[in-house]
Design a binder for this molecule. Structure first.
Ligand code: PMV
Length: 316
C-alpha cells in the first residue's frame, strides 16, 4: 500500500504500574495494572528511504517496530521514516517504557496510513513488537498503554487475552521509588522465573495461586466491594515477589526499612536481581513520614496519578 495520508503524526502513550500479579500473568493468572501520567511522545515523519531515530532509547526497537508493523499493514517496504521520541517514563524497568514505545509506533503508523483509529488492532500489532523485546510477554503492558485507565487483565492463550476496564471507587496514593540503572532487563527476569518454575513447578505455581488471591483482593479493594488494608495487600504481594526471586537484596533491604516505619512497599513489574529492582511502589498512611525517609536516604522518587488516558493522537 502507498502512503497517502498524514505527513506528520504525533502520538503519546502512557507508562504503567502493576498493582499485583506480575510474572504470574505470564502463566495465565490475572493481573491489575494502571496507566500513569508519565508518557512517551513520538513524532513520525515520512522520509525518502531509510529510518532515522532521534531518541535516548536504543534505536533498534523503534526500527524493528516500524518494519514489522509496516509489513503487517502492507506498506511500501521502501518507505523511509524519521522518528523522534521523547519520554518521561523511567527506563529503569517496571513502568512499561518499551510497551509505550511499541504502542506509540504502531498508533502513529496506523493513524498516518489508515483512515481510522482501531485501538484493538493497534494493541494487537504493538504486542508483536513487545514479543521482540521481551520474548514471552503477557501483553498486559501494551494493553494498558493502549487502553489506559485501570485494567484487570488475563492472558488465556497466545490468541485470547481477556481484560476489563475498571472504575475504582477507592483512590490509591502511591509514591514511586526509582532504584536506578538496571543490569538485567524484563526478558532476563521472565526467563529467570521460567527456569525457577521448571525446576520447582509445584512451589512456583503455589506462589502464583497466592498471588491471584492478592490480585483479587486488590480488585475488591479498588471497586469498593470490600475494605482491605492497602499496606497489607502491598506487603503480602512483595513477600510473594521475593519468593520468586525477582527482588535484589539491595531493594529488599530498602523495602524492609519502609515496612519498619509502618509503611508498605512492593516491586512493580519484572523486578531485578543483580542491582536495584526497577521501580518500587511505596505507600504510607502518613505521606510525610515516607517523604522524610526518601529525603534522608537520598532516594530518587516521584508521585504518579493512576488511571490516565491511553494512547492518543497529539497532533496530526
Ligand atoms: O517490568 P515491566 O514493565 O517490563 O513489566 C513486566 C511485567 C511481567 O509480568 C514481569 C511480564 C509481562 O509480560 O507481563
Amino acid at each position: 500500500m502507498t502512503i497517502n495520508r498524514k505527513k506528520t503524526v504525533k502520538v503519546s502513550a502512557p507508562g504503567k504500574i502493576i498493582l499485583s500479579g506480575e510474572h504470574a500473568v505470564v502463566y495465565g493468572y490475572p493481573t491489575l495494572l494502571a496507566a500513569v501520567n508519565r508518557r512517551l511522545t513520538l513524532r513520525l515523519n515520512k522520509r525518502k528511504n531509510d529510518i532515522k531515530v532521534v531518541s535516548n532509547y536504543p534505536p533498534y526497537l523503534a526500527k524493528y517496530g516500524l518494519r514489522k508493523v509496516g509489513q503487517k499493514l502492507r506498506l511500501n517496504s521502501n518507505q523511509g521514516w524519521r522518528v523522534k521520541i521523547d519520554s518521561t517514563i523511567p527506563m529503569t524497568g517496571g513502568m512499561g517504557s518499551s510497551a509505550a514505545l511499541s504502542v506509540a509506533i504502531t498508533a502513529a503508523l496506523y493513524w498516518s496510513t489508515r483512515n481510522n483509529w482501531d485501538i484493538e488492532k493497534i494493541n494487537r500489532l504493538a504486542y508483536e513488537i513487545e514479543k521482540k523485546q521481551h520474548g514471552n510477554p503477557s501483553g498486559g503492558d501494551n494493553t494498558v498503554s493502549a487502553y489506559g485507565g485501570f485494567l484487570w487483565y488475563r492472558k488465556e492463550s497466545e490468541d485470547l487475552k481477556n481484560f476489563s476496564s475498571l472504575t475504582p471507587k477507592n483512590k490509591i496514593k502511591i509514591v514511586i521509588i526509582d532504584t536506578g540503572n538496571p543490569v538485567e532487563n524484563t526478558g532476563d527476569m521472565v526467563e529467570k522465573v521460567k527456569q525457577m518454575r521448571q525446576f520447582n513447578k509445584k512451589e512456583v505455581e503455589g506462589i502464583f495461586k497466592e498471588m491471584e488471591e492478592i490480585t483479587r483482593s486488590f480488585l475488591r479493594f479498588l471497586t469498593g466491594e470490600r475494605s482491605y488494608n492497602l499496606s497489607n495487600l502491598l506487603n503480602k504481594n512483595q513477600e510473594l515477589l521475593e519468593r520468586i526471586g525477582i527482588v535484589s537484596p539491595e531493594s529488599s533491604r530498602l523495602i524492609k526499612k519502609i515496612k519498619s516505619l509502618r509503611g508498605a512497599a512492593k516491586v512493580s513489574g519484572a523486578g531485578r536481581w543483580k542491582k536495584g529492582s526497577g521501580i518500587i511502589l511505596a505507600y504510607h498512611k502518613d505521606p510525610n513520614r515516607l517523604m522524610d525517609f526518601v529525603k534522608r536516604n537520598k532516594l530518587k522518587c516521584f508521585q504518579v496519578k493512576l488511571g490516565e488516558e491511553g494512547v492518543r493522537v497529539e497532533k496530526s
